[in-house]
Design a binder for this molecule. Structure first.
Ligand SMILES: NC(=O)C1=CN([C@@H]2O[C@H](COP(=O)(O)OP(=O)(O)OC[C@H]3O[C@@H](n4cnc5c(N)ncnc54)[C@H](O)[C@@H]3O)[C@@H](O)[C@H]2O)C=CC1
Ligand SMILES: O=C(O)C(=O)CO
Length: 322
């Protein structure tokens, strides 16, 4: 008897760049690709799926209840904060994610933000375009601050693949690296510096931990108040880790010297989203969630996505998240 092909529904194919090749899995599969899916379309689209692929389309308990055949949600990203894991567990649905694909692209993007901010590259570029250099009565001018990375303290929150890779680059720049312990957790061992101390003594703080209930608003007014060295704050991990209203207050009050963000709480942010206001400041750079998006990384992600589905169907699941 021939088996029915596995029905794979990809909810947001457009989140992988058009050049990305998604190879045919090594088993009989029918792949249905939707370029985009609105939250209210999810239940209908996954109703007869065996496997669902999603990058950022949320999957909640209600949608899962409408998908009795569903066995695997293959998340096309590292972060799986859009998936209701408790509901998946209850319904016996396995969830996999992509691991280790972004070990160059995200750290390089993090340092692109850091170097640009630390040396005021964007405002200097704009001032040259605006004619300021032509008006200077000498060969240079000092309108914006410039500082070296060497000797600075870099506090890293999240010691996974990306936090560690950022730490390595930082060491090459001669920075002193501190890996933060979990907020509110004591005694994590000699490799970790307590969270509060990292807030207190870092010149730059960079976030590389997942968004979960315990990390939502990890950085808010209390943490900004702890920051004695007016650090730069970098977030290439997830919107929601930083309380954005508190971020605006911290920038306004000069508690931090700048911010480099790739992620916001609502993506894309609407016209009156607080990050749209924040992004206009000369000491802020906001990029549109593209830290992961080198073509090399996206292709690695796409290959691992199919590997994950094949491994699951071969009864040897990999990259399972819980
Ligand atoms: N902007 C972008 O394009 C991308 C963003 N990301 C984000 O970066 C995050 C990190 O990615 P990876 O390093 O590959 O993940 P990973 O799973 O290798 O590392 C995550 C680390 O966070 C740590 N962690 C968990 N809870 C924590 C807490 N409360 N405080 C401090 N650390 C905590 C874990 O111990 C783990 O070491 C992902 O969860 C994702 O949200 C990932 C890829 C691309
Ligand atoms: O891999 C991730 O977590 C990303 O945010 C990229 O989609």
């Amino acid at each position: 008897m021939t088996q029915a092909p596995v029905r794979i529904v990809f909810l947001d194919r457009a989140t992988l760049s058009p050049e990305t090749k998604l190879r045919q899995p090594a088993f009989a599969a029918q792949i249905v690709e939707h370029q985009q899916t609105d939250p209210d379309q999810v239940a209908a689209r996954i109703a007869d799926a065996d496997v669902v692929i999603t990058n950022k389309v949320p999957i909640n308990a209600e949608a899962l209840a409408a998908a009795p055949k569903l066995k695997l949600i293959a998340v096309a990203a590292t972060g799986y904060d859009r998936i209701d894991l408790a509901a998946c567990r209850e319904q016996g649905v396995t969830v996999s994610n992509i691991q280790g694909y972004a070990g160059n692209t995200v750290p390089e993007h993090t340092f692109a933000l850091l170097l640009a901010l630390q040396r005021s590259i964007v405002p200097y570029r704009q001032s040259v375009i605006d004619g300021r250099w032509a008006e200077a009565n000498q060969f240079c001018y000092f309108d914006y601050p410039i500082a070296d990375l060497s000797g600075k303290v870099l506090g890293i929150v999240g010691d996974g693949a990306l936090g560690k890779a950022v730490g390595k680059i930082a060491e090459a720049f001669g920075m002193r690296v501190l890996f933060s312990g979990y907020k509110g957790v004591e005694g994590m061992g000699p490799l970790y510096t307590p969270f509060e101390e990292v807030m207190r003594c870092s010149d730059i703080i960079t976030l590389h931990c997942p968004l979960m209930p315990s990390t939502r608003n990890l950085i808010s007014d209390t943490e900004f108040d702890m920051m004695e060295r007016r650090p730069l704050l970098l977030n290439t991990a997830r919107g929601g880790l930083v309380d954005e209203e508190a971020l605006e207050r911290a920038l306004e009050g000069g508690r931090i010297s700048g911010a480099g963000f790739d992620v916001v709480t609502t993506e894309p942010p609407g016209a009156d989203h607080v990050m749209r206001r924040i992004a206009k400041r000369s000491n802020v750079i906001l990029t549109p969630h593209v830290a992961w998006a080198s073509q090399e990384a996206i292709q690695t992600l796409a290959d691992q996505l199919i590997d994950n589905i094949e491994a699951f169907l071969n009864d040897a699941p990999q990259n399972v998240v819980s």
